[in-house]
Every structure is written in C-alpha cells, then in structure tokens.
Design a protein around this ligand. Sequence first.
Ligand SMILES: [Zn+2]
Length: 255
Amino acid sequence: MIEVIAKDLRSGVEALGNMIAEASTIVPFTGAGISTECGIPDFRSPGGVWTRNRPIPFDEFVASADARDEAWRRRFAMEPTFAHAKPGRGHRALASFYRAGKTPAIITQNIDNLHQMSGFAADDVIELHGNTTYARCIGCGKAYELSWVKQRFEQSGAPDCTDCADPIKTATISFGQAMPEDAMRRATELAQHCDLFLAIGSSLVVWPAAGFPMMAQNCGARLVIINNEPTEQDEIADLVIRHDIGETLGPFVGN
Ligand SMILES: [Zn+2]
C-alpha cells in the first residue's frame, strides 16, 4: 500500500486542503473525468464513443469529402450533449482558485469549453486538444460558429472556407494532427513555474500531455492526482485521491 493514496475521501480532502492553503501557484491539468458529471462522455473509455465509432484521422478528413460529412454528422449528433452541459463542481472549484489569484491558467485535454463557462478567461485556458464548440478553417484558421456550419452542411454537405476554400473542421486536434505549438509552450511554462500541480480526471497515458505532471514535479512542485481509477503516474505523486472528482473538489467551490 502506497502511503500517498488517501485512505478515504475525508482524509483526501483534508490533505488536499492543506496543500492548497500552502501553495502560492496552483496549476490544474484536467482530463475527461472532470466533465463526466456534466454529461460529457469520456470518448476513450471502454464502451465510449471512440470504441463504437473509429475516430477519423486528420489526413482522412483532409482527403475525403465523405469523411468530412461523416465527421460533421457525428458532431451534430453530439450537439445536444455539448450545448446543454454546465460546469460541474470540479470546474467551479478550479474557477475559485483562479478568482482568488492562486491559479494563473489551466491546462486541459478537454474540448468542451466548460472551464471557460466556469469563469476562466479564454486566454487562460490552455487547450491541448482544441475546442469542439466552434470551428476553424484548416488552411487560414478563420473561425466559424457551429450554427453557420450546420446550416451550410444541411444544404450541401461539409462546407469549405469562404476565404480560402480549404475544409472547415471543429477547432479540435484530430488524430494525426500536430499538437498546437503555442498551447504546448504555455503548458510547459505553467508546469515549470508552479508549486502545486493538480492532475484531475486524466488517466495520464496520452503523450505528450501526460508528461506535464512529471515535469512539474521535477521542477519542484507537489503533485496531486485525483482520478476514479489508478493512473500511470500514481507512484510519483505526493497525494493520490481515487474518488469521484465532484465529491473531492466540491468542498473547494467558492473558497
Ligand atoms: Zn480559410
């Protein structure tokens, strides 16, 4: 039995509370687990969307109009889920740290926009996998509202950019697409300049994103991992809380 695993929720919350009180710069890193209580499915989980629908790789999206139509059909099928999701207790707790000036910015693997909705300025949400609540031209980067894309899609299939005629895609990072350089650079800086790094709701297996917790710890930060399931990096953490994220972070909402 590793000492750092909280023996129950109460002792975990207490230990976390002490670390938060002692920290001057808290950097949260979030994955799908923080959004499941908001009704957003974990795409990678067993039985999740990606095990039923193979994700469409970027090169296929670029090469094939049929693939683009299929990608947009799937996205619009998910629209009720994304459009109605509201920030959960985890999002609200992290937004409290942000409002209190303890959290300069947040790193996320999520594409659901819920950190922005909870009160983070868009510039302070470092999205490693992009954002699915709007679209961009893959050529010139022009942004589009999904409602505009949907209207065009229903008339004549997946639309192209009105400026440069390249395909329009959700503003997410697809498989086979390069990681966003600016987001990676900012995430690296954040991980290197904090004294408490909170890895929340991620199994910490997807690289390079999963490298940030270790990077933070190597630079002197304490590392806390909050996840329902064991993660790849529990062994190096200073505290592991294997409980529901909403219940674990609920006590910190409004602090
Ligand atoms: Zn364009």
